[in-house]
Unconditional design. Structure first.
Length: 309
């Protein structure tokens, strides 16, 4: 995983260099932020020593014959833990999320990305998977979280997690213009199940990360497989490795929802419905159209494409 994170960070570094709309001063600040971005993978390297566990729970004394006292003890122990968590919130080594969560995170105030053990398993990741599948799934997720550091919210924080405008004014204008085009694109999607249009504004942050993560994942995958184009394909599937990359990107978004779920999602979630997270990203990526031979002007290969990164 550390190697994959390194490869994805290099891919984003290249996207920064290729951003002709961004000036050198802003690029330099962006590179500093990327270089300072920390990572947490799997689980913390603390909390496994007996003495540490004993110290952590020494005040949690339970008795077999007094339920009320036990509940009172639990209440105050939890209260102390919440207070300690608040005090330790600026400690960058502290894990704030359970390691069993099947999710990934970026913290703008600490400038680090987190991949708990829960997400590092099939169908998202396995050491036995082909490179194309791993990079299409967990690789694009890594890219997604890296890009959050440079989306419409993350871009307002500097390398130290301070809320500070480090952009040159003219570059920020270009950034907002590119973001608006993405807002307009997603705002034209209508979710068939709910019968509602997607809100391109409330989903912008995640849409920027989805599109950027796909680009970074594909770029890192192609570099990893350079000179290995004859690698074995998956038996039973007449698919190239490029096609497998995009298939694994889409597979992790599979879901089944009721109409009520779909309506609630469109109204309240900062993510677009999964179908449009996949379609929206792939429509904007020429290499997908090339892999699946989508004609120019077809639904999955529109003539006009948009992205921030």
């Amino acid at each position: 995983m550390n190697v994959m994170v390194d490869n994805l960070m290099r891919a984003f570094c290249e996207l920064l260099e290729e951003a002709t709309w961004m000036g050198d001063k802003t690029k330099a600040e962006a590179h500093k932020k990327l270089a300072a971005m920390g990572r947490k993978i799997g689980y913390p390297d603390y909390g496994f020593i007996d003495e540490e566990i004993e110290e952590k729970y020494k005040s949690l004394v339970m008795t077999p014959d007094n339920l009320y006292e036990n509940l009172d003890t639990l209440f105050w122990t939890k209260s102390k833990k919440r207070l300690n968590n608040t005090i330790e919130s600026m400690n960058k080594t502290t894990w704030r999320k359970p390691t069993f969560l099947v999710n990934a995170f970026y913290s703008p105030r600490k400038n680090y990305i987190v991949f708990p053990a829960g997400i590092l398993q099939p169908p998202v990741f396995s050491e036995r998977f082909p490179v194309s599948i791993n990079y299409g799934a967990i690789g694009t997720i890594i890219g997604h979280e890296i890009t959050h550091g440079f989306d419409n919210k993350g871009s307002q924080y500097d390398k130290d997690g301070l809320l500070r405008m480090w952009w040159q004014p003219e570059d920020w204008v270009h950034f907002k213009e590119k973001g608006q085009r993405l807002i307009d694109r997603y705002g034209n999607f209508t979710d068939e199940l709910s019968g509602m249009k997607i809100n391109g504004i409330t989903t912008q942050q995640e849409n920027v990360a989805d599109n950027g993560g796909l680009k970074e994942g594909y770029r890192a995958y192609k570099k990893m497989t350079m000179g290995k184009e004859d690698a074995k394909l998956l038996p039973g599937l007449n698919l190239t490795h490029d096609q497998l990359f995009f298939l694994s990107f889409a597979q992790r978004a599979c879901w089944k929802a009721t109409k009520a779920n779909a309506i609630a999602h469109v109204l309240s979630s900062k993510h677009a419905p999964n179908k449009f997270r996949v379609i929206g990203s792939l429509q904007n990526f020429p290499d997908f159209a090339k892999a699946y031979k989508c004609p120019v002007g077809s639904p999955m290969n529109p003539e006009k494409k948009c992205s921030v990164w």
